[in-house]
Design a protein around this ligand. Structure first.
Ligand code: NAD
Ligand code: UFG
Length: 341
């Protein structure tokens, strides 16, 4: 079965292509390269022994998308393509709504016209806004605090309405907590452009000597050590979650129709200081850090109730914090400046 993977050269999409391939699916990658390197294709070939077909095009390009779906006899779309920088989204909201919402709707129109009505969507724990209770389950009220987050909320709403209006559709929104780590081969991983916004790539770049120290944003939160707590999930577990969710619904649940949302997290939280410590152990580098003021918009604590995914399709995260840090370190030392530099 051939599936289109939009954003498939990016961080999460590329790892999901490995999991799809291992599960017997044939991913066809569709990416405009706005935040990825085409070298990912060669890396994936080294890892899997398979050279994936790919198309360099934009999801808003109806002709290119129609051709990709038709030429490859695509049966489902795994939709990762999006812009994802929260801070940037507050400065350029319309660009975010255009890319993440408007173009997704265009893509869905094309899929409808071609009768491809199975969609797996990259959502985020950001749709829960500031948590009202922990752990966060899927019933938690939906809201957001920034345009990026609202773009995810809007697409989720559109998917619910779509599935309600047309009983042939299957839509699955997967709400990721904090994806970290890299494929254990060390051949692909996360390489943010410029200064990393997220903790794990910042720690990794500090360990490898690209940054002087990690700034710990706030040590006066209501958490055990005062620093922010998050539910970090290994990227390969996240990738497996996509395959498990899709396979389950496509093959069993209500003949593969309906609209669903699942958390993908571990259910366990780690603080900023615990992450720095774990990374020091994995890398053997004493990672310098400095306490800094809170980052605006941050929440104290966030972790998932991941039981719905376990009950629903038997998925749960298997890789621990040691694998997350060791695999990140392998990738970071192999490619300290990413694939392109
Ligand atoms: P990424 O930037 O590495 O990958 C996104 C890919 O989409 C890139 O390769 C980019 O070139 C491509 N792309 C963007 N706009 C496109 C367009 N209009 N047409 C075609 N290709 C386009 O990001 P990622 O971390 O792999 O994230 C994948 C998805 O997961 C995104 O939807 C993101 O919002 C979501 N998500 C990510 C995180 C995270 O922490 N990384 C957390 C929650 C949700
Ligand atoms: N942090 C630091 N120093 C840094 C970077 C981060 O101390 O240099 C801290 C943050 O304050 C927070 C924790 O590390 O306590 C994690 O921060 P990240 O930026 O790695 O992750 P967030 O939880 O803030 O953001 C993630 C995703 C967003 C998503 C958000 C809400 O990256 O896309 O979760 O779900 F919107």
């Amino acid at each position: 079965m051939k599936v289109l993977v939009t954003g498939g050269m990016g961080y999460i999409g590329s790892h999901t292509c490995i999991a799809l391939h291992q599960a017997g699916y044939t991913p066809v990658i569709y990416d405009n390269l706005s935040n990825a390197s085409v070298k990912v294709i060669d890396q994936l070939a080294q890892i899997t022994g398979h050279h994936f077909d790919y198309i360099v095009a934009d999801i808003g390009d109806k002709d290119a998308l129609s051709a990709a779906i038709n030429d490859h006899h695509i049966q489902a779309v795994f939709h990762f393509a999006a812009l994802k920088a929260v801070g940037e989204s507050t400065e350029q909201p319309i660009r975010y709504y255009q890319n993440n919402v408007a173009k997704t709707l265009t893509m869905i129109e094309v899929m409808s016209e071609l009768n491809v009505k199975k969609l797996i969507f990259s959502s985020s724990a950001t749709v829960y806004g500031d948590p009202q209770y922990l752990p966060i389950d899927e019933q938690h009220p939906i809201s957001s605090t920034n345009p990026y987050g609202w773009s995810k909320v809007m697409v989720e709403q559109a998917l619910n309405d779509l599935a309600a209006s047309d009983g042939e559709w299957l839509t699955i929104a997967l709400r990721y907590f904090n994806p970290v780590g890299a494929d254990k081969s060390g051949l692909i991983g996360e390489s943010p452009k410029g200064i990393p916004n997220n903790l794990m790539p910042f720690i990794a770049q500090t360990a490898v000597g690209r940054r002087e120290h990690v700034s710990v944003f706030g040590d006066d939160y209501d958490t055990p050590d005062g620093t922010g707590v998050r539910d970090y999930i290994h990227i390969s577990d996240l990738a497996d979650g996509h395959v498990a969710a899709f396979s389950h619904h496509f093959n069993h649940e209500q003949a593969g129709t309906g609209s669903y949302a699942y958390n993908l997290g571990t259910g366990e939280g780690y603080s900023v200081l615990e992450m720095i410590k774990a990374f020091s152990v994995a890398s053997g580098v004493d990672i310098p850090y400095q306490l800094a003021p809170r980052r605006s918009g941050d929440i104290a604590c966030n972790y998932a109730d991941a039981s719905l995914a376990k009950q629903g399709f038997g998925w749960q995260a298997k890789r621990d914090i040691n694998a997350m840090t060791a695999d990140t370190w392998r990738w970071q030392t192999n490619y300290p400046n990413g694939l392109d530099e």
